[in-house]
Design a protein around this ligand. Structure first.
Ligand code: PLP
Length: 382
């Protein structure tokens, strides 16, 4: 049977293996608190759910791939309030079915093998989808390591002019999964200048902009010039709406035009009732402030326990992740295994890229009570 070589070579997603180990422990009746995956378990605001229900009609046709104008307007207005910028709902925004599918397929929109634009640059450790999407699109992938000594920012000087000129697409993700680091606007400005100098597209995955503990992180949308720049954002983390599947792409109108041409091929507009619920979600900040405060409390709770165990938080304070250095003499996997033995599930950093070795990621997704219990288990067991 014919099978894509990319699929054939794809090793079992390491999180699937981890999931099996967790299920085994649960089947033995042992306690498990899962801080492994980034799926928020906070409830979605009741008004959003109500709007979803109200949006269901007797007959629902195919949703238009450009989305409802009300949704584009709500997104543009949110961008305006949050980032102090002017966004045209017609030219600068397109809604997406969550951000994952849009991130995955974006390489297909910009790769041009004939013109010698055949590579995609990603950072690691990181969210694997930009790389997976690039590989399925037939691109060569260049991984830029993120290192603690460089504040988890990519070292742009290490990339040759040759590599920049081969790149169709360069991905960054700040606030960063898994390190929790925030990038200064200058990083976006430097990358956007390189994008225009060398002719690649800068794609900024900003899924976690609303989960911050100190001050609101910047967006690449705050750059004065959006030429060759697009931003991906989502309601998944901001509004605890992973199951709804609702996000957007905004930026350079030429790239939004390209997406308007591409996306009807794929059929990935969110269902209209999801779009109606999304209008409510983007138009309200109160529920986001509440969620943010909860994450801050959970971070403090876990941070205190980690400090008592002599463990060092190596990453930043944004996102829902706590990025922790493993004790000397242990690997990411062996330490994660030891924590699983205590009933606490974390993601080994090595699952997220080679530069993640030496760290583990705690996702602050369980309830506050469960996080408090995880903290207790750590303090008792380590
Ligand atoms: C860095 C990053 N980007 C994007 C996403 C995709 O989120 P969604 O497809 O739910 O919008 C995730 C999900 O975990 C993520 O970690």
């Amino acid at each position: 049977m014919p099978l894509s070589p990319v699929l054939r070579q794809q090793a079992t997603y390491p999180f699937v293996r981890l999931g099996r180990r967790v299920a085994e422990r649960r089947a033995r009746g042992l306690e498990v608190i899962d801080l492994g995956m980034g799926d928020p378990r906070e409830p979605t605001d009741a008004r959003i759910i109500e709007a979803l229900r109200d949006g269901v009609r007797e007959r629902m046709g195919y949703p238009a791939s450009v989305g409802l104008s009300e949704l584009r307007e709500a997104i543009a207005a949110w961008c305006g309030r949050r980032f102090g910028i002017a966004v045209d709902p017609e030219r600068h925004v397109i809604p997406t079915l969550g951000s994952k599918e849009a991130i995955f397929s974006f390489a297909q929109v910009v790769l041009d093998h004939e013109a010698g634009r055949d590579s995609v640059v990603v950072t690691e450790p990181g969210y694997p989808v930009p790389e997976r999407g690039a590989l399925f699109a037939g691109a060569t992938v260049l991984e830029l390591p993120l290192r603690e000594e460089h504040g988890w920012l990519p070292e742009l000087e290490s990339v040759s002019a040759f590599d920049w000129r081969r790149a169709a697409l360069v991905w960054v993700n700040y606030p960063n999964n898994p390190t929790g680091a925030v990038a200064p606007l200058e990083l976006f400005a430097r990358l956007a200048a390189l994008a225009r100098e060398h002719g690649f597209v800068l794609a900024s995955d900003e899924a976690y902009t609303e989960l911050w503990a100190e001050e609101p992180p910047p967006s690449a949308l705050q750059l004065d010039d959006w030429t060759n720049v697009v931003v991906f954002n989502t309601l998944s983390k901001r509004s605890s709406m992973t199951g709804f599947r609702s996000g957007f792409v905004a930026g350079d109108p030429a790239l939004i035009d390209a997406l308007r041409a591409f996306r009807p091929n794929v059929g990935t507009a969110p269902q209209e009732f999801v779009q109606r619920a999304s209008v409510v979600a983007w138009s309200d900040e109160e529920h986001v402030e509440r969620a943010r405060a909860t994450y801050v409390r959970k971070r403090r709770l876990l941070g205190d326990a980690l400090a008592r165990c002599g463990l060092r938080v190596a990453g930043g304070t944004a996102t829902m992740y706590v990025w922790v250095a493993v004790p000397e003499g242990e690997t990411s996997e062996s330490f994660a295994e030891r924590l699983l033995g205590l009933g606490v599930v974390v993601a080994p950093g090595s699952f997220l890229g080679p530069s993640g070795e030496g760290y583990v990621r705690f996702a602050l997704v369980p309830t506050e009570e469960e996080c408090a219990r995880a903290a207790e288990l750590l303090v008792q067991g380590l």
